[in-house]
Write a protein that binds this ligand. Structure first.
Ligand code: NAP
Length: 304
């Protein structure tokens, strides 16, 4: 055990995977979980188990936090405020940009360097080339502990604003849930006609892969504000077809609630005179605008 000590607070599915990656690489890894029994398997693999969260925090300069939500993080960390002084706190708990900024300010007020993180992986992916993690907050904490953080997956620091990593995290997960919503609706639809989901799954996968090019195409149209040039599938046509989606669901006895909202937005955009444009123009109905912030360049998959 020659690597620097690391503490992991929270041994759910994800915290356990993170602790295991540290252990495998030879870090002295101290773990704590509210329900102590969840530490037993890791203890058998060499982890040091702490009886209290305070004991765990005291054991290492780097404290990785992976709990259910920010309420649980607050509950665990608030009584330990003084013990956090001088520590690097890396919070990989899912949360909002606002929650991350508030917690970062609180941690700084108690002398801790704070990094917020979004884990773009499920637990079995941790420590494999498929995993990437997005961090933002203290650049020195990131630089000092990068070697340990790289054990979880490819690390990307998105800047000093601690809210930036959760912003990206929520954005990527939103895209994922949009895809999952469509997939679940598709399976419900075919199942209503006696077709097994597994029979249509290869075609669903093939179709989603074919359509994934829209990720870059929509981004270009949204950043330029030009939703019309080069459009091959105009919105008026799409909106007309989409009415069949909800009608089919109704005819098959399927709830359209997973797919209905985008149909309403299409109809509104067409009614506003944008039927000749493409689907990307729906973003203009969502608000937010473009504040002119400089884009982050260190992004996985982006080649400048
Ligand atoms: N699993 C994934 O696929 C995945 C992927 C990316 C990010 N994440 C994020 O990683 C975080 C952890 O996820 P997970 O999969 O490990 O969840 P999980 O298996 O449900 O574990 C939740 C953890 O939070 C602890 N906890 C909950 N409330 C608490 C409280 N009030 N005080 C102290 N501890 C509390 C639980 O302790 P007990 O054991 O005592 O209940 C447990 O250690 C979440 O924010 C999640 O969004 C998960």
């Amino acid at each position: 055990m020659s690597e620097s000590p690391v503490t992991v607070l929270g041994l759910g599915d994800m915290g356990t995977a993170l602790a295991r990656a540290l252990l495998r690489a030879g870090h002295r890894t101290t773990v704590w979980n509210r329900t102590a029994a969840k530490a037993e398997a890791l203890a058998a693999e060499g982890a040091l188990t702490a009886a209290t969260a305070g004991e765990a925090v005291a054991a290492s300069p780097l404290v990785v936090v992976c709990l259910l939500d920010y309420d649980s993080v607050r509950q665990v960390l608030t009584p330990l405020a003084d013990a956090l002084s001088g520590k690097a706190v890396v919070n990989l708990t899912n949360g909002t940009p606002r929650q991350a900024r508030e917690l970062a300010a609180w941690a700084a007020g108690h002398g801790a360097r704070y990094l917020d993180g979004g884990i773009m992986a499920v637990p079995p992916m941790i420590g494999t080339p498929a995993a990437f993690l997005l961090y933002s907050g203290s650049p020195t904490a990131f630089a000092d502990h990068r070697a340990a953080l790289d054990l979880f997956g490819e690390s990307h620091h998105l800047g000093e604003d601690p809210g930036r990593a959760p912003l990206y995290d929520i954005a990527l997960l939103s895209a994922m849930y949009g895809m999952f919503s469509g997939v679940l609706h598709a399976y419900a639809l075919v199942r209503s006609d006696g077709v097994a989901a597994a029979d249509v799954a290869p075609l669903v996968g093939r179709w989603l892969t074919a359509m994934s090019g829209a990720v870059d195409g929509y981004a270009r149209q949204i950043d330029s504000g030009d939703h019309a040039t080069g459009v091959a599938s105009n919105l008026a046509m799409q909106s007309a077809a989409y009415r069949n989606f909800t009608s089919s669901a109704r005819d098959q006895g399927i709830s359209p609630e997973l797919i209905a909202p985008i149909g309403h937005l299409m109809a509104r955009r067409v009614a506003d005179g944008h039927g000749h444009e493409g689907l990307s123009g729906l973003v203009e109905l969502l608000g937010g605008g473009w504040p002119g912030a400089s884009p982050v360049t260190n992004v996985p998959g982006q080649h400048n």
